[in-house]
Design a protein around this ligand. Sequence first.
Ligand code: 6PG
Length: 237
Amino acid sequence: MELKIFKDKITVAKEFCDFFVDLLKAKEGLTVALSGGSTPKVVFDYLAGHDTAIDWSKVKFFWGDERCVPPTDEESNYKMTVEHLFSKINVPEENIFRIKGEADPEVEAERYANILNDKLPLAKGIPYFDLVILGMGDDGHTASVFPHQIELWRANKNCVVATHPDSGQKRVSITGKVINNANTVVFLVTGAGKAEKVEEILNKEEGYEQYPASLVNPDSQQLVWFMDKAAAEKLSK
Ligand code: 6PG
């Protein structure tokens, strides 16, 4: 595990962009599972504006999770990605494998699980991503596996249907077995609201394993936390 701590969100975005470009340079193609929420917005904006032309035709885009809403809904991770990335770059439509938030959640979880089996190489019989990008909620959730449903992390499936603990919103999420099968996993975690869980998880404090983010531990051992100082604030204490 590697911690990369930078002074602010923009620097996190710049540094992750450089990391991504280096990963892409080293490969013929790259499969990536994107995260949602707000943190990726600044990262996607930066990636889209990257001064060195990125050959986006080499990248295949998937999602680690999606809210069960239409792709036109403000809550949609796909919509956010179109606004901050796809609308600004030249990516072939056939390289985008969105989770259909408008579909029946259980049906879509099954469909997407099959997409992962069909479109990704398998390692140990499990879909294998070159890169999984994750965020972490203030409650320690990641992808859309929340502490109150932590058993979903260990589901023997590629995808599950989760429920947001506050809003009750349904979500389709990939599971721990897919996340921990990836070649590289990157956390993008910024803001003071994350500091408490970052400290509990990275310092393995009492009860830390109740947080799904603490269970991210790729077999490859290639796990990188990109954080700003605010999110890492309590680590140095
Ligand atoms: C989502 C996510 C989720 C997100 C965290 C952090 O669909 O919301 O994929 O796991 O990464 O909630 O979200 P922020 O970056 O907005 O804090």
